[in-house]
Write a protein that binds this ligand. Structure first.
Ligand code: ADP
Ligand code: MG
Length: 606
């Protein structure tokens, strides 16, 4: 029980992780810090030897020994600093590796969206930025310094045992108790509470708002610079306040510590003086024991716990994240493989879903019994207001989450029975927040590679062949020598080309979640026509607000508040005279009104 609780301590985890991160560097670090801790005691022993030798009239060898040990203790210092910086960098690389693994490895994405994991994710992501504590390469030096003092104190205590067995025990107990007193009264040990983590998250967010390029436009546009600065200052102050409160408490215990330490030292030095006067000790011994008695004081390592707490925090956060992501991001494995040759028949059966809302909070239901059949090779358009659940439906089909009730089946096989990766390889999807790789146009269209002619054909289908002058090697980011940035609409065409390229490489389900919202009306319906053409052998699902596009689909479903309220072809739904018709007529009347005002305006507005 006690052993397991010690093993669970975050400091112990931290030291264990050092070994795992870089065994060689850790061994060198430990060896150097033990050497550096022992050497001061060695120097004082040599000094005692020198005094004895001088009083005997033959100081030669003792002088050399004293000088050599003194030089060694000086030389060990920069080596230990180097070893600390090296080990710290390797440790942060190791922690970043673990973080990227735990983020990307689970089949699902739930672990990245859980509210209760958000603070740990921030801590594990930003610990080395130096926002609220030194980066590991620097704090390892503090930690080494604290451990060196500990080793020095213990070696001094061992030397002092030659004087009287009880003397080191008295001093160790006194200094040890001060450490305990100071620590328990809070040497910023509260870095790791939920309150600190959340204060840190807010401070980091304000910082990002202030320094990142993406929010810069709106911050200027809305005149928010003062607000951002105030927010950053106040959230940082909150952090400092927490730190101050935790450190401030400590001052109260300092007086008590001083009394205990003074009493213990008075006792030891009194006995030392008495023995010296009685002639029981020579001058060399008195010098050695006096220095050893002072040396024991090194174990009052207040700074160690401060640095160690900060450095161990990301290790603890990672351990929590690793444990949680295994379940939060997990999907029960399926073994079957959907037939890749043909477009599948997809069925949603009473599908219900709600995003996890945090520990102990019931999820708010987003999909409330979706029943939907998408025949093999047909196209289905989904329309509905913002927040109706359209994107969620698409995410479930990609199996980023599993439904909380009901089932999705592909050619009659439940999605949960299929191998996730094999299923996803059959889907070509473009989400609203699709990825924009800071890579070449070629890699953006075919991240896993494809022949150039396939890439070019996909770009042409997406109306993107003119982008970057058709040069597939141009990097799609301004931050590179031959880089270029694209407009929102151009990016959407590239994302569409990526999906069309996947279709050419065997994907049989096409999922487009408002992929063309940033294109003009004519551009969108033209592209969708071409996409439908190119994906005739696929089962296609399209989410769009544009009825000129939507009406081209074989069937259309209207989703409202997590249920399908209408389903049919454009003509059927118009004849039905329900929600679809109302929405269609609303958009058509806006179109006509604007049409009177001039064609250009029409194309921009719809
Ligand atoms: N990752 C998420 N975590 C929690 N709630 C979410 C998440 N994504 C979407 N939601 C909520 O689910 C509902 C449906 O969202 P979504 O499917 O994106 O709507 P739509 O695509 O129809 O606009 C919304 O109320 C939204 O707030
Ligand atoms: Mg959406």
């Amino acid at each position: 029980m006690i052993r397991s609780s010690i093993a669970e301590r975050q400091e112990i985890r931290f030291f264990r992780s050092l070994w795992i991160a870089a065994p060689g560097a850790a061994a060198a670090w430990w060896a150097l810090l033990v050497l550096r801790g022992v050497l001061p005691v060695g120097v004082s022993l040599a000094f005692g030897g020198l005094i004895g030798a001088v009083s005997r009239g033959s100081p030669g060898a003792a002088t050399v020994l004293f000088g050599a040990s003194f030089m060694a203790s000086l030389v060990a210092f920069p080596f230990l600093q180097l070893a600390s910086a090296n080990l710290g960098s390797r440790m942060s690389a190791h922690l970043y590796d673990r973080l990227t693994t735990l983020c990307t490895q689970p089949e699902g994405v739930g672990h990245l969206e859980r509210p209760e994991l958000a603070d740990d994710l921030t801590l594990a992501r930003d610990f080395d930025l130096g926002l609220t504590g030194p980066p590991l390469a620097i704090s390892m030096d503090f930690i080494a310094g604290g451990l060196v003092e500990l080793v020095t104190g213990v070696s001094a205590a061992i030397v002092l045992a030659w004087f009287h067995w009880w003397a080191p025990l008295v001093l160790l107990a006194a200094w040890g108790s001060t450490h305990w007193l100071l620590r328990e009264s809070g040497v910023w040990k509260d870095r790791n509470t939920g309150e600190v983590r959340s204060a840190q998250r807010h401070a980091d967010y304000a910082y990002r708002l202030a320094v990142d390029a993406a929010p810069a436009k709106e911050i200027r546009f809305f005149g928010l610079s003062t607000w951002v600065i105030d927010r950053f200052v106040s959230t940082r102050r909150r952090l400092y306040d927490l730190q101050y409160e935790a450190t401030h408490l400590r001052e109260r215990s300092v007086l008590g510590c001083l009394v205990i330490v003074a009493a213990a030292n008075a006792l030891v030095f009194w006995v030392l003086g008495r023995d010296a006067l009685a002639g029981a000790l020579g001058p060399g011994e008195v010098a050695v024991f006096a220095q050893a008695a002072l040396g024991v004081g090194s174990i009052a390592f207040g700074g160690l716990s401060w640095a160690l707490d900060g450095a161990a925090a990301p290790v603890a956060a990672l351990a929590r994240l690793e444990a949680a992501s295994a379940t939060a991001g997990a999907l029960p494995p399926g073994k079957g493989v959907a037939a890749a040759a043909a477009a599948p028949h997809i069925r949603f059966q009473a599908v219900e879903f709600g995003y996890p809302a945090g520990e102990g909070v019931a999820p708010r239901s987003v999909l409330r019994g979706i029943d939907l059949v998408i025949p093999a090779g047909s196209s289905l358009a989904i329309v509905g207001q913002n927040g109706a659940g359209k994107t969620t439906l698409a995410k479930l089909l990609c199996r980023l989450y599993d439904p909380t009730a009901g089932a999705i089946s592909v050619d009659g096989v439940p999605l949960t029975d299929l191998d996730v990766e094999a299923w996803r390889r059959q889907i070509a999807a473009v989400f609203q927040d699709f990825i924009r790789f800071e890579l070449s146009l070629r890699a953006n269209v075919a991240p896993l590679g494809a022949p150039d002619d396939v890439i070019r054909a996909a770009l042409t289908e997406a109306g993107a062949d003119a982008i970057a002058g058709g040069d597939l090697d141009v990097v799609l980011s301004k931050g590179y020598a031959n880089g270029t940035d694209l407009s929102g609409g151009q990016w959407q065409r590239v994302a569409l080309a990526r999906a069309l390229c996947a279709v050419r490489q065997g994907a049989r389900v096409v999922l487009l979640d408002e992929p063309t919202a940033q294109l003009d009306v004519r551009g969108e319906s033209e592209i969708f026509e071409r996409v439908l053409d190119a994906t005739r052998d696929c089962t296609t699902i399209l989410v769009s607000h544009r009825f000129s596009t939507v009406r081209q689909a074989d069937r259309i479903c209207v989703v409202e508040d997590g249920v399908v309220v209408e389903l049919g072809s454009h003509d059927e739904l118009i004849a039905l005279g329900g929600r679809y018709r109302t929405m269609f007529e609303l958009q058509a009347s806006r179109f006509t009104e604007l049409d009177d005002a001039g064609e250009e305006v029409v194309h921009e507005s719809l």
